[in-house]
Design a protein around this ligand. Structure first.
Ligand code: NAD
Length: 235
């Protein structure tokens, strides 16, 4: 039996994959502690040193291929038996897919895919784990990671906003809501929707965004929330 209030939208970020061994961006020891964003994740970085950019993503791709979904990813799959679930993820890993979730929109691209520098719309699966300088798309353009770099447009924002508008329940998980325009998506969610945020840390703007904070690890707090929602759907 599906709950009458049945559309659940999940907005996930790097924190949901942290316990799978994939570093977040801003936490201590995170990716930006080790790399300057301007050197590896901007169009300027690509123009200046494409080899370094490719190496950064090759290294991250290898980590993604080794990682496994954790209990937070699996909990969202369970939810699908009772609700209409749509995931909007800022993550470029494929752990939601490998856990078995069906409806996933990747706002910032997917690291296991490449795109041509001549055409951003066509994507190609990366062969093996690496993209090298000289690897070309069928249109003759150099391949680059299919990820949205800082300073680039986010083409999937319009679709994501539309999905948000239909939410009866919003679950935000493992994101500092610091990256824009993704962070604005929360405001597209209808005022009547129940809104939760699962995160180790309290977000200073959580109250203002009307998000009920469930403090703790995604692998513990998200399964608890999922069980609670499933239980309520049966009552
Ligand atoms: P962020 O690093 O800004 O925030 C991570 C959030 O996760 C923090 O609020 C932190 O408190 C929380 N967190 C960390 N470990 C947690 C855990 N075990 N349980 C619950 N919460 C936990 O990341 P963001 O908000 O996603 O935004 C930054 C960008 O990072 C996104 O655009 C995304 O593309 C990119 N990113 C993706 C990956 C990935 O694909 N796995 C990894 C790193 C960064």
């Amino acid at each position: 039996m599906k709950r009458k209030k049945s559309k659940i939208v999940v907005l996930s970020g790097a924190g949901i994959s942290a316990e799978s061994g994939l570093g977040t961006f801003r936490d201590k020891g995170g990716l930006w502690d080790k790399h300057d964003i301007n050197d590896v994740a901007t169009p300027e970085a690509w123009r200046k040193n494409p080899e370094l950019v490719l190496e950064f993503y090759n290294m991250r791709r290898e980590l993604v291929l080794e990682a496994k979904p954790n209990q937070a990813h699996s909990a969202l799959v369970r939810l699908e038996r009772y609700f209409d679930v749509q995931i909007i993820t800022q993550n470029i890993d494929d752990l939601h897919e490998r856990a078995g979730s069906k409806n996933i929109l990747h706002l910032h691209g997917e690291i296991l895919f490449a795109q041509s520098i001549l055409n951003t719309e066509k994507v190609y699966p990366v062969k093996g784990s690496r993209i090298e300088l000289g690897d070309l798309a069928p249109d003759g353009g150099q391949l680059r990671p299919h990820v949205v770099w800082f300073g680039e447009a986010v083409p999937k924002m319009i679709d994501a906003e539309q999905i948000m508008k239909e939410a009866d329940i919003l679950i935000v998980v493992g994101t500092s809501l610091n990256v824009y325009p993704a962070a604005n998506l929360v405001y597209a969610c209808p005022p009547h929707a129940e809104k939760y945020i699962v995160d180790l840390n309290e977000l200073s703007t959580a109250k203002q965004k009307n998000l009920h904070h469930l403090k703790g690890k995604a692998s513990e707090k998200l399964p608890e929330l999922v069980d609670q929602l499933i239980q309520e759907s049966k009552n």
